[in-house]
Design a binder for this molecule. Structure first.
Ligand SMILES: [Zn+2]
Length: 223
């Protein structure tokens, strides 16, 4: 009986894993996929063999010298900053998605915590960051840079600040062309640069509208 229970548990785990893999693959496809990354490397960087091949579009193997390389998921972090009911949104001054709107944030660096990365990126972009942030949610995303798609896991934090002086900001013109404070009904959803940011903003605004702290929404359906 013990072994059959264990066997059932193993097959349960296998089907859960399979379901998770299928869901992740579907999400990746929906976001644009990372297949093009597989075509970006034509030769082995260690021995120059043209036989380099990719596995699942994210790992490269060289059959000649044994070189292996993973194009792993990168971590990014962003902040939803609420000021008197409005949200701080940055107009992007650079590619990808130049001219669209984004939340303050960027990539996590080696040895850095996601929350510190979110605050650092915010300071770099606008010369200011909130003192206290809280974790909100994480979502997968595809970030295209010079036509190479990078699969990311974007972590979002939120902050509520009583005031915000746009005139005192030190905006990095290479990153941001404009800082806007938008009320929930003025957010141009189709111009929000990344789907993960749209999802984080929707979660934040929806929980606010029903009077719940954003993190308590564990019932959110992931697609
Ligand atoms: Zn090689």
């Amino acid at each position: 009986m013990g072994s059959s229970t264990k066997k059932n548990r193993n097959s349960d785990n296998a089907s859960i894993l399979q379901e998770q893999n299928e869901r992740a693959a579907k999400t990746l496809l929906h976001l644009g996929g990372i297949r093009e990354a597989a075509a970006a490397f034509k030769f082995c960087p260690a021995c120059a063999s043209p036989k380099l091949y990719s596995v699942r579009d994210r790992m490269w193997v060289c059959p000649d010298c044994g070189f292996e390389y993973f194009h792993n998921v990168a971590t990014a972090a962003g902040i939803i900053i609420e000021v008197n009911g409005s949200i701080v949104v940055l107009k992007r001054a650079k590619e990808p998605r130049k001219g669209t709107y984004a939340l303050p944030g960027g990539f996590v660096e080696s040895g850095e915590r996601a929350e510190d990365a979110a605050l650092r990126e915010c300071r770099e972009e606008i010369g200011w960051a909130p003192e206290k942030i809280e974790f909100l949610a994480s979502y997968p995303n595809i970030y295209r840079y010079h036509n190479i798609p990078y699969a990311t896991c974007d972590l979002y934090f939120s902050a509520k600040v009583p005031s915000f002086n746009n005139a005192e900001l030190d905006i990095d013109p290479e990153e941001t062309s404009e800082v806007l404070l938008l009320s929930a009904d003025a957010i141009p959803w189709e111009l929000i640069a990344f789907e993960s940011a749209q999802r984080a903003l929707r979660k934040y605004l929806l929980s606010r509208s029903i009077g719940l702290p954003p993190r308590s929404m564990e019932w959110e359906v992931l697609e």
